[in-house]
Design a protein around this ligand. Structure first.
Ligand code: NDP
Length: 328
């Protein structure tokens, strides 16, 4: 029997609607009109705000940022994008971060990566106030996560947990294997699964008998960055497989290795000249119990959780000025 598809687009939409409801409630709590802009209401403005620092003109970054700003508009979060030039120095960016750290109307600060080579990216990221670190990458938030304190959790890993939770897939007591140990995906996913009482194994490029270790998993998370690397021999029949990978395939021979005979995909590939492939080979759907598709699996959760984190940051930072809210 083919695996159940875990529909990330639907789950992300659900989260975005919930966030929109919270934003509406916050706006209603701060002004009768509800239609606010920062500054209009001084300290009574409770509308969450996100600032994005987008340096230079990296086309991929510009597309990502547009998606984030559009999502803010949809859920009612105030947003603004600062666009320093490609030539910006570390100290210029630190000055921007410092100003955003001080602004009461900005709850979330997102530094879009990559930064130009002359910039000390680590220094800039470390300067973001941990209370406004909606990416959840600051060492303070990493520490909060590992010690099970309330903080801001990285968006993609948090999205993985939302997919599991909202699909009724329990982690507690299960064997979980995470392939990938990056600071932004693999490690935080493993930490979240540990906190959810799974028994977690983290794998990486030096792991011996990777397929054998993966076959132990009730929940297998692939965050590798290698198209279709997880084939059916890595997967225990009936396991849940979460595919975080996003790999662009342009080579027709490689495309055929994954999608030969899939008329819809072939048509789209012919038109576009490329396709998005996860780290999990499509054949895994024949053995897994449940699986996230690519696209339409983990991907949509990342922006949804950024919206969630911005509201969570607003609630945590402005604390007593906020009305009691339902989640986070
Ligand atoms: P990184 O390159 O930072 O990390 C990849 C990890 O995979 C490393 O730990 C590496 O091991 C491991 N790895 C690489 N090759 C192998 C191998 N042959 N066998 C076992 N392990 C291997 O990638 P990210 O964590 O940033 O991203 C992973 C994937 O997730 C990418 O496809 C990325 O595009 C996608 N992604 C998707 C997001 C979304 O919104 N859906 C968001 C972020 C990322 P080692 O440490 O030993 O080098």
């Amino acid at each position: 029997m083919p695996a159940t598809l875990l529909d990330g687009t639907r789950i992300a939409q659900q989260i975005r609607s919930e966030v929109a409801e919270e934003v509406k409630a916050l706006a209603a709590a701060s002004a009768p009109s509800g239609n606010l802009r920062p500054g209009e209401l001084g300290s009574s403005n409770l509308r969450p705000g996100l600032a994005v620092l987008l340096v230079g003109h990296n086309p991929a970054s510009e597309i990502y940022v547009r998606g984030k700003i559009k999502a803010c508009e949809e859920v009612g979060i105030y947003s603004e994008t600062l666009t320093p030039p490609e030539s910006a120095t570390t100290s210029e960016l630190l000055a921007h971060v410092d100003e955003l750290n001080r602004r009461d109307d900005i709850d979330g600060i997102l530094v879009q990566l990559p930064l130009p080579p002359q910039v000390d990216a680590k220094k800039v990221l470390l300067a973001v106030d941990p209370a406004k670190d909606v990416d959840g990458f600051h060492p303070m938030n990493v520490g909060f996560l590992s010690t099970q304190r309330r903080g801001l959790v990285p968006c993609t890993p948090a999205g993985v947990m939302e997919i599991l939770g909202r699909s009724g897939i329990a982690a507690s007591g299960r064997e979980a294997v995470v392939v990938g140990r990056s600071d932004i995906v693999g490690k935080p996913v493993a930490m979240l699964l540990t906190n959810a009482n799974a028994t977690v194994t983290i794998c990486h490029s030096k792991t011996r008998d990777l397929a054998g270790v993966c076959r132990r998993a009730d929940i297998l998370v692939a965050a590798i960055g290698r198209a279709g690397m997880i084939t059916r021999d890595f997967v225990k029949p009936g396991a849940t497989v979460i595919d975080v990978g996003m790999n662009t395939v342009t080579d027709p021979a490689e495309f055929r290795r994954f999608f030969a005979g899939n008329a819809k995909r072939e048509e789209a590939f012919r038109k576009k000249g490329s396709t998005l492939v996860g780290d999990v080979h499509p054949e895994v759907a024949e053995v897994a119990g449940a699986i996230t598709p690519v696209p339409g699996g983990v991907g949509p959760l990342t922006i949804a959780m950024l919206m969630f984190n911005t509201v969570k940051a607003a609630k945590m930072r402005r604390g007593s000025r906020m009305p009691e809210m339902s989640r986070a």
